[in-house]
Write a protein that binds this ligand. Structure first.
Ligand SMILES: Cc1cc2nc3c(=O)[nH]c(=O)nc-3n(C[C@H](O)[C@H](O)[C@H](O)COP(=O)(O)OP(=O)(O)OC[C@H]3O[C@@H](n4cnc5c(N)ncnc54)[C@H](O)[C@@H]3O)c2cc1C
Length: 442
């Protein structure tokens, strides 16, 4: 540490109260996950790569590097999977936000590469669950549902694309009647089931992947908020009681990161999304509302999403909040949305309610780049990140070890920034989302 000639100006990170050594939120996932207890970072350490943030992005980057024989230190402010990773809808959905825009900009020559990136996250998840024996209730099956007649065209387009690509996994287009039979509601005009997508217990997946990483030698530190990064030939990541010097650093704090060097300010905006979990439903009721036990998500700009947990609770989420403030009562915010789809569940008890922050990027392309030299960042999945984080972790592992092809696709994209403070940016985002909310209602 200290101010040796190898360092230029340090990058102080503002104190983020959310990063003050918190335990997990009161989610269904936290209540049903094993506890992790990795030590706090103390003293001076060294590694090939230091990764900041132990959500899916940070853990996937670390595990990929460890599988390739690199030494890694993974530093987490709270607990493994504490952020969006341990709180999300658990829907394993193909794609990485912004891929269509990249393809539009770069043309057909990247089409196959983009197609591979779109599905690569799934391969990684399925492979790791098998290879490391991770118990995360992984199930295949995901349905996109049309809440308006005009959205049925999107379903037909999606099916045509898979046909044209000779997609090797099952998929089905459902008309209104089939959708009603499968999902026990009249709310949808059609559905599109994809068997390669699916759902899982995200916190258990992340904890299982961290365990695999640790067994491969990754030094994991919890309860260790990073407060400063000192740049130089070997940058140093600093916490209250320790530091890690590495050849490269990857910042993976997503919406919780608040790393604020010029290169990253006003790039990613936090937006709240909220989930409730019912009491376990009877087998009969579970079958009635989700015969194929698939994850379900609507086709609106501001999505509602739901699925059954392994113990047959209905986990229902949605209602993105861009104001930066969480609703006082999550249940009363989300429950009416759930009952609009399933009025028959009006007497069902709600056992859990929680929220988390999604990282929104204005142009919706995952923000990837370097703060400076060998300090990289990857953040802003704008909604769907369970699968995307896994391929992006691989792309970041490639980049810090010198393979830039896929990294350059993302890093070469121009990002818009809202001038002024992050607060001002949040208000602009909230206005933009009001527009989408109105559009969704039309
Ligand atoms: C309620 C909700 C529902 C969602 N549902 C889905 C879904 O069903 N399907 C889907 O694909 N995606 C979903 N998402 C999005 C998905 O969860 C995220 O895109 C993904 O988890 C992002 O992972 P990450 O590792 O980049 O960030 P996070 O999981 O947020 O992890 C960032 C980590 O960095 C740590 N950190 C931040 N600052 C510091 C610091 N200074 N020092 C050390 N550590 C730090 C944080 O403590 C945190 O653990 C949902 C998100 C939310 C909030």
């Amino acid at each position: 540490m200290g101010k040796g000639p190898q360092y230029d100006r340090g990058m102080a990170l503002p104190v983020n109260p959310q990063n003050q050594k918190q335990e997990h939120t009161g989610s269904y996932y936290a209540a049903t996950a094993e506890r992790t207890n990795y030590p706090e970072l103390e003293g001076s350490r060294s590694a090939d790569v230091c990764v900041v943030g132990a959500g899916f992005t940070g853990v996937a980057t670390s595990l990929t590097l460890a599988e390739r024989g690199y030494s890694v230190a993974l530093v987490e402010a709270n607990r493994v999977g504490w952020g969006a990773t341990g709180r999300n809808g658990g829907q394993l959905i193909n794609g990485v936000s912004g891929l269509e825009k990249i393809e539009k900009k770069l043309g057909e020559k990247v089409s196959d590469l983009i197609w591979d990136i779109r599905w690569r996250g799934h391969d990684i998840v399925y492979e790791r669950v098998n290879k490391y024996g991770i118990q995360c209730d992984l199930k295949s099956g995901y349905v996109e549902v049309a809440t308006k007649p005009r959205q049925v065209a999107c379903i037909e387009e999606a099916a045509a694309e898979l046909e044209q690509r000779r997609f090797p996994y099952g998929f089905e287009v459902w008309d209104r009647e089939q959708t009603r039979d499968m999902l026990g509601t009249d709310a949808f005009h059609g559905g599109f089931l994809n068997q390669r997508d699916g759902h899982l217990h995200p916190l258990n997946l992340c904890i299982g992947e961290a365990r695999a990483a640790s067994q491969l030698g990754v030094q994991i530190f919890e309860q260790s908020p990073v407060t400063e990064i000192r740049h130089g030939a070997r940058p140093t990541v600093v916490t209250a009681r320790g530091s890690v010097e590495a050849d490269s650093v990857v910042l993976a704090g997503n919406a919780y990161g608040q790393f604020k060097p010029k290169a990253m300010s006003n790039l990613v905006f936090p937006a709240g999304s909220y989930v409730i979990a019912t009491e376990p439903l009877s087998d009969e009721r579970a079958r009635e509302i989700n015969a194929r036990d698939a994850a379900v998500c609507d086709l609106n700009e501001i999505v509602d999403y739901y699925r059954l947990s392994a113990d047959k609770r209905l986990l229902y989420g949605g209602a993105c909040n861009y104001s930066g403030r969480d609703p006082a009562d999550i249940k009363s915010y989300i429950l009416p949305r759930m009952l609009r789809i399933y009025p028959q569940l009006k007497d069902v008890r709600i056992d859990y309610q929680w929220g988390g922050m999604i990282g929104i990027v204005l142009n919706r392309i995952v923000a990837v780049g370097r703060v400076k030299g060998n300090v990289y960042y990857c953040m802003g999945y704008s909604g769907h990140g369970v699968s995307a984080t896994h391929v992006m972790g691989e792309i970041m592992a490639d980049a810090v070890t010198g393979t830039m092809e896929r990294y350059d696709l993302f890093a070469g994209m121009k990002h818009f920034r809202i001038p002024g403070s992050q607060w001002f940016g949040n208000q602009i985002i909230a206005l933009g989302m009001l527009y989408y909310r109105i559009k969704d209602r039309l």
